[in-house]
Design a protein around this ligand. Sequence first.
Ligand code: IPM
Ligand code: MG
Length: 315
Amino acid sequence: MGHVAIEATGNPLPDETLEKARKSDAILFGAIGHAKYDNDPTLKVRPEQGLLKIRKELGLYANLRPIKLFDDLLQASSIKPEILQGADILFFRELTGDVYFGEKKRSEDRTSASDLMIYHKYEVERIARMAYEAARTRKKRLCSVDKANVLEASRLWREVVQEIAKEYPDVETEHMFIDNAAMQLIKDPKRFDVVVTGNLFGDILTDEASQIAGSMGMLASASVGDAIGFYEPIHGSAHDIAGKGLANPLASILSAALLLDISFGLKDESQRVIKAVDATLRQGYRTMDIATKHTANEFILGTDAMGAKVLDNLN
Ligand code: IPM
Ligand code: MG
C-alpha cells in the first residue's frame, strides 16, 4: 500500500491488499506518504488515496486519538508543564466523510478548484453516540467542535449532536467553534475530556494536540466502525528522516496496545505494552523528537534500539 504499491502496480491500494485487510480481524498500519508526491501536487495517483480508500472500504468511520502525557515527557512538550499536567483527552475524529470524501472539482481552465464539505445525519449520529458512550466511562464531558457560525455542514453537525445529547443527560455537552478549540487546546488542555469533531477539523486539531503528549511520535490511533479495527500512529512516514533510524517507534507500539485492547479485548496485555513504554521513558531513553536538554539522565536512542528497550521492559 502507498508509494511502494504505486511503484509496483500503479495502484496505491491494490485489490489483493484490500482483500487481505478484509479477511483480518485487525490491522496494524505503518505510516504513509512520500516526498515525491508532496513536492508535486499535479500527480494524480497518490499514496494517501490508498489510506482514504481503505478507511472508506472497511467502514472505519471513527478515529480514536487518545492524548495522554507520559509523566516523564512533561519537559519534552513546548507547552508549560503546569498547563499540561493532568491533561487527558480522547478525540473522536469522524473519518469517512467531510471534504475528504466530498466531490472534488477543478474548472476546465484549471484556475479554480473546490472540495465539497458534506455530512449526512447518520454519519454525525453514529460518531456522536460512540463519543458519548466513551464520555460515560470517563469524566462525562463531551465537547463537539465545528464551525457552525459559518458552515452549513457544521450547522447540521451541531443540530444532530444536540439531538443525541438528549439521550445522554448524564454527560455535560459543550459546543465549540474550531478556531476557539484550537486556541483552548493549548491554553487549557485540562478543560477537555472527550472531543468529537469532523474529519478535517479532527485531522488538524489532533496534530496540535500531539504537543500535549510531547511529540507526534507518541500518538497512537484506532479507527473503528463496522467490524475491523485499524491501528496506526497519527504521524506520516516522515520521509525527511527515512532510513536514518531516527524515527520514534512509540506511536506504532502504542497503536499495537490499542489493537490488543479494542479489537481483541486483551486489556491486561495492552496495559503491559503501555507500562513497558512508560518504564522505558522512566529509564531516560528518548528518541530525538522527545529529547530535551533539561535532564542529565537522558539517553538518545535510534528507532531499533528504542524498540528493543521497550521489549526488554515488557513483562
Ligand atoms: C492522518 C493523516 C492522513 C489524514 C493523511 C496522510 C491522508 O494526516 O491520518 O491524520 O489526513 O487523514
Ligand atoms: Mg493528520
